[in-house]
Design a protein around this ligand. Structure first.
Ligand code: NAD
Length: 480
């Protein structure tokens, strides 16, 4: 049985707590590994290692830092098959997706920030009339904490770690206890790449034990967190009295707005992806679909036809479109939302049920689900379900759809389908979201700012935004 270890001070260690958690495979419901539930003592040790490594790592010439991070990127790529298989077993996502998206992106995260740090610069200001010049130093913060969720395990873990390390910080990181395996494999890769000991420390465990010890640690000066809004609020409350720097990437309830003048087939194919990729467990999924009324009935029928063709099956099969939901408790939560939606007057147009996959009867599978709703003010349109569930609703005017798009507490992303450029720009300007896609979805350029507004979080990741987060600006003013 796979036994995961913490990565502290360059070594793979059992938890001091001696407490282990079972690791379930969602595709068959079986326990296949154990992961530490690390205690405060483990986190303290990780901190001490990081703190001792900081003076040297923060002074390492950029070229050398860059070379080490590129080595990690290369090793991720060289191990793509192993990592993709591990991610698929741990998370339930189709292996094809892990191989084409998750793992390549983890390598890109390291490669991107390895190069970005060599191009990062700060400002200088001449104070005219005062005979003074100001320049800004951008210094690494020290020891920072990175905490990530289960939906894109290695992808999001590295999206935080890579910029933190590139900027010269040392890191105490915790992946989700639900999907710890690829983070463990990353530890081995870091050892092989020759990352100096203590620069990155990975501690495994539950949010309310290991995670809590990280956010409460008085010397961990910044926390980069991706996860649920409720957890984000708890972290903010805990960290505020210690004045920690926070980046919080939280939940979403994203609108997918479809106008009659769009490129119909591109929209239809992309809407299948934006609804159900990764079993709908991506914070950017467009879970509220609003369709202009003149094409509503056509869209409804075409969409249902296409969704019927999606194959729900074991994640290891090449033809699987939808794998297993990440955990039993999450599956139950998603099914409960569907049940409530029906009770609230929602009409299930397709799906809604758990599925039994032959040979894997204890796996956590469910049908992709389409629910027609009459109002945006229902639970299924207001709360994040985070599963293969979308709602459909017609709209008549741009104003009406804008009201509905903005009529939720979240503000992560939005998609607009139209060939009317003015309308695309007009709506993009008015939608309350950190990311708006027009005529596409999840097209990512790593240089762009990534994050949400309202209950979807604070701060931005990506590009220089991430490097700004992971550094402190210091102004030096010299009178000459
Ligand atoms: P979660 O909030 O339950 O857990 C996220 C991480 O936080 C895990 O590692 C968990 O162990 C840890 N955690 C939990 N309690 C903690 C505590 N008290 N102190 C410190 N750490 C703690 O979220 P999840 O269920 O793993 O992930 C799903 C959520 O993540 C969804 O809401 C989704 O929208 C969100 N998400 C957001 C983005 C984004 O970029 N905005 C990306 C992916 C996922």
């Amino acid at each position: 049985m796979l036994k995961i270890k913490n990565y502290i001070n360059g070594e793979l260690l059992k938890p001091r707590s001696k407490v282990w958690l079972d690791n379930f495979c969602p595709a068959n419901g079986e326990v296949y590994g154990q992961t530490p539930n690390s205690s405060q003592e483990d986190v303290d040790n990780a901190y001490i290692a990081a703190q001792s490594a900081f003076p040297s790592w923060s002074q390492t010439p950029l070229e050398e830092r860059c070379r080490t991070l590129l080595k990690i990127a290369d090793l991720i790529e060289n191990n793509i098959d192993t990592l993709a298989e591990a991610e698929s077993i741990d998370n339930g996502k189709p292996i094809t997706l892990a191989k084409s998206v998750d793992i390549p992106r983890a390598a890109s995260n390291f490669r991107f920030f390895a190069h970005a740090i060599t191009q990062f610069s700060s400002e200088s200001h001449e104070t005219v009339g005062q005979e003074a010049i100001n320049y800004t130093l951008r210094r690494p913060i020290g020891v920072v904490g990175c905490i990530s969720p289960w939906n894109l395990p290695l992808y999001l873990f590295t999206w935080k770690i890579a910029p933190a390390l590139a900027a010269g910080n040392c890191v105490v990181a915790k992946p989700s206890e639900v999907t710890p395996v690829t983070a463990f494999l990353l530890s081995k890769i870091c050892i092989e790449a020759g990352l100096p000991k203590g620069v990155l420390n990975i501690v495994h465990g539950l949010g309310n034990t290991t995670g809590q010890a990280i956010i409460e640690h008085p010397e961990i000066k910044a926390i980069s967190f991706t996860g649920g809004t409720k957890t984000g609020a708890h972290i903010a409350k805990t960290a505020a009295p210690m004045f920690k720097k926070l980046s919080l990437e939280l939940g979403g309830k994203n609108p997918n707005i479809i106008f009659a003048d769009c490129d119909y087939s591109d929209m239809l194919n992309t809407t299948i992806r934006s609804s159900f990729t990764n079993q709908g467990q991506i914070c950017l999924c467009g879970s509220r679909i609003f369709v202009e009324d003149s094409i509503y009935e056509k869209f409804k029928s075409d969409f249902i036809q296409k969704v019927k063709l999606l194959r729900v099956d074991h994640p290891s099969k090449d033809l699987t479109d939808i794998g297993a939901i990440v955990s039993k408790s999450h599956l139950e939560k998603v099914l409960k939302y569907i049940n409530n939606a029906e009770n609230e007057g929602g009409k299930i147009l397709f799906g809604g049920q758990q599925i039994c996959v032959e040979g894997f009867e204890n796996g956590y599978y469910m049908e992709p689900t389409i629910i027609e709703v009459e109002t945006n003010n229902c639970q299924i349109n207001q709360e994040e379900v985070f599963g293969p569930v979308v709602t459909l609703m017609p709209f008549k005017t741009e104003d009406e759809v804008l009201q509905m798009a903005n009529g939720v507490k979240y503000g992560l992303s939005a998609t607009i389908w139209t060939n009317n450029l003015q309308r695309g720009i007009r709506l993009s300007n008015q939608i309350q979201a950190g990311i708006v896609w027009v005529n596409t979805w999840m097209l990512r350029d790593l240089r762009t700012p990534f994050g949400g507004v309202k209950a979807s979080g604070i701060g931005r990741e990506g590009g220089f935004e991430a490097l700004r987060f992971f550094t402190e600006a210091k102004n030096v003013c010299i009178k000459y």
